[in-house]
Design a protein. Structure first.
Length: 71
Protein backbone atom coordinates (compact mmCIF):
# COMPACT_ATOMS: atom_id res chain seq x y z
CA UNK A 1 0.00 0.00 0.00
CA UNK A 2 2.99 2.32 0.16
CA UNK A 3 2.70 3.24 -3.51
CA UNK A 4 -0.66 4.96 -2.99
CA UNK A 5 0.45 7.03 0.00
CA UNK A 6 1.62 9.74 -2.40
CA UNK A 7 -2.06 10.66 -2.85
CA UNK A 8 -3.35 11.78 0.56
CA UNK A 9 -6.94 12.25 -0.66
CA UNK A 10 -7.52 8.95 -2.43
CA UNK A 11 -10.53 6.82 -3.17
CA UNK A 12 -10.53 3.31 -4.59
CA UNK A 13 -13.29 2.57 -7.09
CA UNK A 14 -13.80 -1.19 -7.31
CA UNK A 15 -15.97 -2.73 -10.00
CA UNK A 16 -18.14 -5.35 -8.33
CA UNK A 17 -17.21 -4.45 -4.75
CA UNK A 18 -20.23 -6.47 -3.65
CA UNK A 19 -19.35 -9.41 -5.91
CA UNK A 20 -16.02 -10.56 -7.32
CA UNK A 21 -14.25 -7.45 -6.02
CA UNK A 22 -15.59 -7.91 -2.51
CA UNK A 23 -12.42 -9.34 -0.97
CA UNK A 24 -10.28 -6.52 -2.33
CA UNK A 25 -12.83 -3.91 -1.24
CA UNK A 26 -12.96 -5.39 2.27
CA UNK A 27 -9.17 -5.46 2.56
CA UNK A 28 -8.88 -1.84 1.46
CA UNK A 29 -11.66 -0.76 3.84
CA UNK A 30 -10.03 -2.66 6.71
CA UNK A 31 -6.82 -0.74 5.96
CA UNK A 32 -8.78 2.49 6.40
CA UNK A 33 -9.09 3.31 2.72
CA UNK A 34 -12.08 4.99 1.10
CA UNK A 35 -13.73 2.42 -1.18
CA UNK A 36 -16.68 2.86 -3.53
CA UNK A 37 -18.48 0.32 -5.69
CA UNK A 38 -18.59 1.03 -9.42
CA UNK A 39 -21.46 -0.54 -11.37
CA UNK A 40 -20.25 -2.75 -14.21
CA UNK A 41 -22.37 -0.79 -16.69
CA UNK A 42 -20.51 2.40 -15.82
CA UNK A 43 -17.08 0.83 -16.07
CA UNK A 44 -18.02 -0.89 -19.35
CA UNK A 45 -18.95 2.50 -20.80
CA UNK A 46 -15.67 3.98 -19.56
CA UNK A 47 -13.73 1.14 -21.21
CA UNK A 48 -15.59 1.73 -24.47
CA UNK A 49 -14.85 5.45 -24.41
CA UNK A 50 -11.21 4.86 -23.43
CA UNK A 51 -10.65 2.73 -26.52
CA UNK A 52 -12.34 5.28 -28.75
CA UNK A 53 -14.97 2.73 -29.62
CA UNK A 54 -18.54 3.45 -30.55
CA UNK A 55 -20.53 0.35 -31.38
CA UNK A 56 -23.21 2.09 -33.42
CA UNK A 57 -20.64 4.01 -35.48
CA UNK A 58 -18.77 0.74 -36.07
CA UNK A 59 -21.98 -0.99 -37.19
CA UNK A 60 -22.89 1.86 -39.53
CA UNK A 61 -19.40 1.79 -41.06
CA UNK A 62 -19.58 -1.99 -41.59
CA UNK A 63 -23.04 -1.63 -43.13
CA UNK A 64 -21.72 0.97 -45.59
CA UNK A 65 -18.78 -1.29 -46.49
CA UNK A 66 -21.11 -4.21 -47.19
CA UNK A 67 -23.38 -2.03 -49.36
CA UNK A 68 -20.36 -0.64 -51.25
CA UNK A 69 -19.07 -4.15 -51.92
CA UNK A 70 -22.49 -5.26 -53.21
CA UNK A 71 -22.71 -2.37 -55.69
Amino acid sequence: MRWCEQWPERRFAIEGARGLGRTLAQQLAAAGENVVDVPSTLSARARLLATGGDLMADLRRLDRQVKDNEA
